[in-house]
Design a protein around this ligand. Structure first.
Ligand code: DX5
Ligand code: ZN
Length: 214
């Protein structure tokens, strides 16, 4: 199982120390949640802060944009050195064009679905994306409860990927812990995002390794 700890649950007053344990850990990617207070009812951090985090982080950056018009920021995300840029299906009128722009910039393209958006909307884009991020909470906040229906969505997405021969990875975000992580793995997930479960654990590095071992 791949693990992408979410910086949203980190100690923002001591990001240098957080990046020290993180770089030594078994984590695969670092998940960065950018919010605009419009697409979601919260604001997290932006590029001026992430520029410094990116310098300290030695692992690939998995950027999750919870903003309207994410296509405006392809260059900024690229400048961070990001590996993956995730945009919300609900935020892109011209999703196919945005996916192309992300690829042209040399990044992997991920499409994110809110809990109420069905997997079936991906039918005509699944061949073009590198990853699908299914939200298992309503985006905007860390520490929320996992929405159980996500398990059915993972199974449906796995089926769509297998049927179409798409190479897309399945990533899940929100309320992931040991228990929900196991259910997600069994349903066919490839990557788990975990904020509170990892960063608020007595030993974050150990929490990371527990998820990886699922
Ligand atoms: C929520 C964010 C998540 C968040 C997950 O809008 O997209 O990445 O950090 O936090 P936990 O793992 O605490 O639910
Ligand atoms: Zn996220």
């Amino acid at each position: 199982m791949m693990v992408s700890p979410s910086l949203l649950a980190a100690n923002f007053a001591d990001l240098r120390s957080e990046m020290e344990w993180f770089n030594q850990s078994t984590a695969d990617w670092l998940h960065l949640d950018i919010m605009d207070g419009v697409f979601v009812p919260n604001i997290s951090f932006g590029f001026p802060v992430l520029k410094h985090v990116a310098k300290l982080c030695k692992k690939p950056l998995d950027v999750h944009l919870m903003i309207v018009q994410p296509e405006k920021f392809v260059q900024e995300v690229k400048d961070l050195g990001a590996y993956l840029m995730n945009v919300h299906y609900e935020a892109c009128t011209h999703l196919h064009r945005v996916v192309g722009q992300i690829h042209e910039a040399g990044m992997k393209a991920g499409v994110t679905l809110n809990p109420a958006t069905p997997v079936s909307v991906l039918k005509d884009i699944i061949q073009d994306v590198d990853l699908v991020l299914l939200m298992s909470v309503n985006p905007g906040f860390g520490g929320q409860k996992f929405i159980p229906h996500t398990i059915e969505k993972v199974k449906e997405l796995r089926k769509l990927i297998n049927e179409t021969g798409s190479k897309a990875l399945i990533e899940i975000d929100g309320g992931v812990n040991q228990e929900t992580g196991k259910q997600l793995k069994d349903a066919g997930a490839d990557v788990l995002v975990a904020g509170s479960y990892v960063f608020k654990a007595p030993d974050p590095s150990d929490a990371c390794t527990r998820l990886k071992a699922l």
